[in-house]
Write a protein that binds this ligand. Sequence first.
Ligand code: KDO
Length: 329
Amino acid sequence: RRGLLAATASAVLLGGTVLSAQAQTRVPMRISTPAVADDWHARMWTVFKESLDKSAPGEFDVQINLNASLFKQGAEPAAMARGNLELATISAFDIAKLVPEFSVFTAGYVIRDPAHQQKVFNGPIGNELFKLVSDKMDVTVLSTIYLGTRQLNLREPRAVKTPADLKGVKLRMPGSKEWLFLGEALGATATPLAFGEVYLGLKTGTIDGQDNPLPTVRAAKFYEVTKQLVLTSHLVDGIFLSLSNKTWNALSAAQKQKVRDAAAAAAAFNNENRLKEEAQIVDFFKQQGLQVVTPDLAAFRSHVQQTYLKSDLAKTWPAGLLDRINATQ
Ligand code: KDO
């Protein structure tokens, strides 16, 4: 009898040990994003997690941190390089800081539409540039996420036809020189501010406006504190779902495939839903009482393109890259 009890006790103990050993070997997958919960590029991480939990039960420990609660916006690449973060969506602007060639994708009116974006990044141009990103930033890009087409969103309505009409407008941009350059190229006075502070900045009037894709204007509720949308469509924006090379290189071939599939599922979820929402969202803003106007797009396009072509940023673009992007159909 005593023997049996002892045997049962040691089996329980053994069971406990086996369980905790399993928990320890799960690959940590910490995610940090400034996105708000209701935006598609926040919700896609749940799709990523569910895909991995299904294809590789118990192998990965996916932890989703929204609202920049783990790392502040723009700090993700450094955190990944230090080994404090496994996954993030990094912007062309984040990449351009370390891979100047990539700044071509921070320029307004270069990528024509979401389909053009996917063709450019899923083809030879993407392959070449993502190789540079891996070498210089120590991260592997797994998929290209359509963040949406950026539009202007102002506190007070004004007559905006051309970039000259934005003179003196304090336009919030995320905090980096490439972002500020875009705001200035649009004709405004660019003011840096983290995404999480934009709502209050608009409410209190420390800024006159901000730019973001319309699904984000809805999800972050910027429409509550602004009165006008100016549909400049100045940047067909993308973010890149990336994994630190340290984590990527430690995965088995089978795990890599599962992670790739999860990233593809997340991207498809985001891209499909965001496109669908963008196609019908203007009515929502009108219902909320916002004035929605379309400016002289030819005037914006030519002013912004000329500003970039004359800039120091353009000097870092590899010869022929812009032509290759333009020629991608
Ligand atoms: C923003 O700060 O305006 C921006 O749209 C920039 C993007 O690169 C990305 O960081 C995004 O915010 C966040 O994911 C919040 O939606």
